[in-house]
Design a protein around this ligand. Structure first.
Ligand code: ADP
Ligand code: ZN
Ligand code: ZN
Length: 704
């Protein structure tokens, strides 16, 4: 019988924590089961047993586990080893991975010392037939209505697989066959299929095949695309076999999906956002990553700052499963891997139903401004096209990558600009609420009636946010029905779904929005798409700005003319001569790729080099400056030219913390083990220094 357990605790400290096992628990404890342990002076924590052993730790007063939460593990060995990999690769603690992985309800400390011998205090949250029982204290899975754990029974009837699979077009069938032959040689295949080519139909065929082989499927989507539009389409084919895992679901719903995956009747398919890589899969056969180029597969904050697409690829390779990455605009990284021969590559160049790709027309805003032919956000050409579409009862999408009313306001007498008191950014004006808001920390304040600096009563607004665009449309087309889709109007899942539903049902004529409107939505009646300002995207201070601009513009253009006839896209820009703009117009991904890769190579950026950012934060500017200089100096001593900085990130103060950043550019052949060790070691040493003890240091590996 084991006497000790190494436990994962949801804290940012490296490593596992050893506890002793009381004799009555030693027999029942398993790796993957949750336990309650004393932690700190008075507190208890719910942790997870990573392993059991007999080696007494030396020189430490080992505390005892207080309680065993699960009679059977809730985490399986493949998950534990994946979490360890994530912690190692993304330079965080396994506790942070544990914290991100488990649905909230499953992480909470249960009631103090429930008496596990009294059956009425427990619910059996699963399948008794095969002896697999997750014993929970009554309240830990209680639903608001009063606590049942349905959805976990093996008796859930699973229909036989429908044979009503969509009939594929010849081009789709060829693509499907090519994917199979690529999979004979590569575990990962990239499907580069233009917008509306019917990639989803191909996925459906692949999923059905996997299910027939008795395998499980993970279908990953970026957060924003996971709408009922898509789930209904999949549910129509796969019914009860499909489980949805979404961050806007409640903890209870997510915990149910988790436990069901452990039962003898798991879902065959999980459709979910990035966190679904943490779910248990016993028999994974296929991973689909749709819109693989999407930035929000990467978690920015807090740790683990993982890329779900990349973790899914690793997960699949461990399970010997196949991976399909699908997109109309591949990330340079994936396309590079395909060209190197690491991934297979399949193209689908035509739209389903022979619909033509949209025609993209450049509108030279610089020229129009010079001739004083435009003052607001709309060019005469765009207005003309919008009018035509509305007259023909067709729909319009307008894309503006700025939310709020005016990105900033200014006193034209003294130059005063309202800024966030906590962050290094100007405040955005929101007219509906009559307030100015910081988009970094959420600080908000009333718009002053006059300049607080010089009393001038007239403050000028600069630029156009989505709110302002919406208002301007009302002025130009008073009878048009307009909806706005941005962070402010989609705080709830219901609000988001409503906007999409109304537009799909033709109850809205014009949809204006931020990058949310560029995502894989499928509307029938859209004939005109307006990109109001390419420049806000192009001018981002990021080496990926052009890649992203190309992706966003091509994706939003792809919303035009998806069913009946060719759509029309108006691309307004001050940089009409830019080659990138021409590539968008020509729909020439390869030209964009070649051009960007030349730059990436020249300046040693991904995919030729691996990046690691070291972020340092502190309340005092001088302290963080010293810390950053010292960190960088130490790294340079070991890694020389590969270390750059420290510099200030584009927003150098957020929530009253000053931020500095050092950058490592590593050649792919360099073994990461040593780098990892040095980074963690340096962090520990510097935080041990009294001068820096209240600083924060963290790493962003493969930043996006
Ligand atoms: P993509 O994901 O490549 O942008 P979709 O899969 O959304 O494209 O397909 C675009 C539209 O064409 C959808 O409305 C879809 O239902 C329809 N479609 C695509 N392929 C087929 C098919 N084989 N049979 C019937 N409809 C199809
Ligand atoms: Zn002023
Ligand atoms: Zn702020």
């Amino acid at each position: 019988m084991p006497h000790f357990a190494d436990v994962i605790l949801p804290v940012p400290l490296q490593g596992l924590f050893t506890y002793s096992l009381p004799p009555d628990l030693a027999e029942r404890a398993r790796a993957g089961s949750r336990v309650v342990v004393p932690f700190g002076t008075k507190k208890t924590q719910t942790g997870l047993i990573a392993r059991l052993h007999d080696r007494a730790p030396e020189g430490i007063d080992v505390k005892s586990i207080l309680e065993l939460v699960d009679e059977e593990p809730v985490v399986i060995p493949s998950q534990l080893s994946l979490w360890q990999w994530i912690a190692d690769y993304y330079l965080c603690s396994i506790g942070e991975v544990f914290k991100a992985a488990l649905p909230g309800k499953m992480k909470n400390s249960p009631r103090p010392t429930p008496d596990l011998s009294r059956p009425q205090q427990r619910i059996s949250a699963s399948v008794a037939q095969d002896g697999l029982t997750f014993s929970q204290p009554v309240d830990s899975f209680a639903t608001p209505q009063g606590g049942e754990a349905s959805g976990l029974m093996a008796t859930d009837t699973v229909q036989p697989l429908s044979s009503h699979l969509p009939h594929l077009s010849p081009a789709q069938q060829t693509a499907l066959d090519s994917i199979h032959s690529e999979w004979n040689q590569h575990a990962v295949c990239l499907l580069h299929g233009v917008t509306s080519s019917g990639k989803t139909e191909i996925y459906i065929h692949l999923i059905a095949e996997a299910i027939r082989r008795g395998e499980q499927v993970l279908y990953l989507l970026p957060e924003i695309v996971l709408t009922s539009q898509l789930t209904e389409r999949l549910q129509a084919v796969f019914g009860q076999r499909l489980g949805v895992y979404h961050s806007k679901f409640t903890d209870v719903q997510r915990a149910k999906v988790w436990l069901r995956q452990l039962s003898s009747a798991p879902y065959d398919i999980i459709v979910g956002v990035r966190s679904s890589i943490f779910l248990p899969f016993r028999n994974l056969g296929l991973v689909i990553v749709d819109e693989e180029h999407e930035v929000n597969f990467k978690q920015q904050d807090p740790a683990p700052r993982y890329n779900a697409r990349n973790v899914a690829i690793l997960m699949a390779s461990r399970a010997k499963a196949r991976v399909l990455l699908g997109t109309a605009t591949p990330s340079l990284d994936s396309y590079y891997n395909a060209r190197l021969g690491k991934y297979g590559l399949v193209r689908l160049a035509e739209r389903y139903g022979q619909v033509q790709l949209p025609e993209v027309e450049i509108v030279d805003m610089k020229e129009l401004r010079r001739k004083r032919l435009v003052s607001g956000p709309f060019s005469p050409r765009l207005l003309e096209q919008m009018r035509q579409a509305l007259d023909a009862h067709e729909q319009v999408i307008l894309f503006q990558n700025r939310r709020g009313y005016a990105p900033h306001i200014e006193c034209h007498v003294c130059g005063w600009v309202p800024r966030c008191p906590h962050c290094d950014v100007s405040l955005t004006m929101h007219s509906r609420s009559g307030r100015m808001t910081c988009h970094y920390c959420g600080f908000t304040t009333e718009i002053p009636a006059r300049c607080p600096n010089c009393e001038n009563p007239e403050l000028r607004q600069h630029g156009f946010g989505t709110e302002r665009i919406e208002e301007d449309i009302h002025n130009v087309f008073p009878s048009a029905r307009v909806a706005r889709m941005d962070l402010d109007t989609t705080r709830t899942r219901a609000a988001y779904e409503q906007i999409i539903h109304d537009f799909a049902a033709g109850e809205t004529d014009i949809l204006v929005g931020t990058q949310m409107v560029t995502k894989g939505l499928d509307f029938e009646q859209v004939s005109v798409v307006g990109i109001l300002s390419a420049d806000t995207m192009l001018n981002q201070p990021d080496f990926r700005a052009y890649e992203r601009s190309f992706q966003m513009m091509s994706q939003v253009a792809g919303r035009a003319g998806r069913r009946q006839r060719q759509g029309h896209v108006l691309l307004q820009t001050m940089e009409a001569q830019l080659p990138l703009i021409r590539h968008v117009v020509a729909g020439d991904y390869d030209a964009m790729y070649q051009e960007q890769m030349t730059e990436r190579r020249q300046f040693a950026y991904p995919p030729f080099f691996r990046l690691i950012f070291v972020y340092m934060k502190h309340r005092r500017a001088d302290t963080v400056e010293h810390l950053a200089t010292e960190f960088t100096r130490r790294l340079q001593g070991l890694f020389g030219q590969r270390v750059l900085g420290p510099d200030e990130p584009p927003v150098a103060r957020v929530q009253s913390l000053f931020i500095r950043r050092a950058m490592l550019k590593l050649e792919p052949a360099l073994p990461l083990g040593k780098v990892r060790e040095v980074l963690l070691q340096t962090k520990t040493e510097l935080l041990a220094d009294k001068a820096y003890s209240s600083a924060q240091i963290y790493f962003d590996v493969d930043p996006l």
